[in-house]
Design a protein. Structure first.
Length: 488
């Protein structure tokens, strides 16, 4: 049984799409689950869509998302592209001679032919086929050229492409997700394999690379299903064994259209900039269309790797539910180590100083109410700013100004006598204040409302116990006394 080798092979045409992230995660899970290898390859033969810097961005994003691969391009200390692994190079534009060699081999064995048709003739042909309501495909005009005529025209420097000669019959393959697939070869176009500029098309390059990289399992989006028969024909023509294919259903918008930029963010970097944690985004994306357990939503990478099963990936497209993403991210915010969370928040506000213990305690409190990292700086800032509020806000709706002044004064007297260590735990503070209220038969709202407003300056805020814990004894007493003075 040959070793498992998967690959993630994006095109450098922009940022990493979250559908691409799901493909990369599944390839990663499958390879690691079978003690195999994950290869990262850049498919950059479509030069019209190539974006400079996109390869480097893809490498950085995979690194941030924690998807480690065994072979492929990496960035060196200077930020330049290097390579790791024994194959190399893993960037298709550096392998043009290899693709040309195998295109010419297909010519030699009669599984491909030269096509000299101009772009104008091909456009006219397609237009006529469309008007006649016929399938748009090459009419094989150049297939009927003799070998001598084809060689003569090529030798004279006439521009040409090399096309696949689709055989008669049908192509059948077993897809791990979709099951048995059957395509009449008559419906398959004589696909261009090598363009006139010497660059291969996707079909030739992907077959050559997957063969020589010894890829055992190809995981990719369902959009590539219709291309698979052409590639299987190429494997057969070259005498190579085809890999196992697993096509993954598309991610969908709420209206069940294919996920697009027009209806929301689609790039992983967009979500990271909005403050979603990499681990949360991985968890969310990995379970779009696949959930190992019906009673569980949160998984570690190790769990997903152990439980991953391609045969259980849903065939129907998965709707991207942003409310669920928020829920998952909020869960990760609440369970992240506080020092790690502080480091994650820092890029969203570099002015925050997490050496300040008040800020760290405030982060502990506010993360329980936040959804994303980007929200937290706005929630933390007020803890360090001078309070500016209407003193009338201190008065509980069932109370009076005079009572609020009295309650704040008595609370200051009580808390002044409380041991410092009580302020080191929220629960200890709550128990202490509750005991104080009960012993003096005091109305909860009449005491806790002005206490909370005095500490936060807001009508809506964390509990007064959490706030007192954040500020500590001295600052708590100072804010309570200041509030009493404002009302008096």
């Amino acid at each position: 049984m040959k070793p498992v080798r998967t690959r993630f092979a994006p095109s450098p045409t922009g940022y990493l799409h979250i559908g691409g992230l799901r493909t990369a995660l599944y390839a990663y899970f499958f390879a690691r689950q079978h003690q195999g290898s994950l290869v990262f390859r850049i498919e950059d033969t479509d030069r019209e869509r190539y974006i400079p810097g996109a390869t480097e961005a893809l490498i950085r994003t995979l690194d941030v998302m924690g998807i480690s691969y065994d072979e492929g391009p990496v960035l060196d200390d200077k930020g330049d592209i290097a390579e790791k692994g024994s194959f190399g190079p893993y960037i298709q534009s550096k392998r043009l001679d290899t693709y040309k060699q195998w295109a010419e081999e297909l010519l030699r064995v009669g599984s491909a032919y030269r096509c000299f048709c101009s772009a104008e003739r091909l456009e006219t042909m397609r237009r006529e086929q469309t008007l006649a309501k016929r399938m748009t495909k090459y009419d094989r005009t150049c297939l009927h050229l003799s070998k001598e005529e084809s060689d003569r025209r090529a030798g004279a420097g006439e521009s040409y492409v090399i096309r696949l000669l689709v055989p008669d019959g049908e192509t059948i393959f077993e897809d791990v997700v979709y099951g048995a697939m059957k395509f009449p070869n008559a419906d398959v176009d004589d696909q261009v394999l090598l363009k006139s500029d010497g660059f291969p098309t996707y079909h030739l390059a992907v077959v050559v690379d997957d063969h020589f990289m010894e890829i055992s399992h190809v995981l990719r989006g369902e959009d590539w299903i219709s291309s698979t028969p052409k590639q299987i024909m190429l494997y057969a023509a070259l005498g190579w064994e085809a890999p196992t294919f697993a096509h993954l259903p598309n991610l969908l918008n709420a209206d069940r259209t294919k996920l697009s930029k027009r209806q929301g963010d689609v790039a992983v970097e967009d979500y990271l900039k909005r403050g979603y944690l990499p681990a949360a985004l991985n968890n969310f994306v990995a379970t779009l269309g696949f959930n190992p357990k019906s009673d569980q939503e949160i998984y570690s990478t190790e769990e997903l790797t152990a439980l991953f099963d391609l045969s259980r990936v849903n065939r129907a497209g998965a709707v991207v539910n942003y409310e669920k993403l928020d829920w998952v991210n909020a869960h990760y915010l609440r369970h992240l180590n506080i020092e790690e969370l502080a480091r994650a928040v820092h890029p969203f506000s570099e002015t925050l100083d997490f050496q300040n213990p008040v800020l760290l305690r405030a982060l502990t409190v506010e993360r329980e109410r936040a959804t994303t990292l980007a929200e937290l700086p706005g929630r933390l800032g007020p803890y360090l700013e001078p309070l500016d509020y209407d003193p009338g806000l201190l008065v509980w709706r069932k109370s009076t100004r005079e009572d609020a002044v009295a309650q704040l004064g008595r609370l200051v007297e009580h808390l002044s006598t409380v041991a410092d260590e009580i302020f080191s735990e929220v629960l200890a503070l709550e128990n202490n204040v509750q005991t104080y209220l009960a012993a003096n038969q005091l109305d909860r709202g009449g005491v806790l409302w002005p206490m909370r407003v005095a500490l936060s300056g807001k009508a809506q805020s964390p509990s007064p116990y959490e706030l007192a814990w954040v500020f500590g004894k001295l600052e708590t007493l100072y804010r309570l006394e200041e509030a009493r003075k404002r009302l008096a």
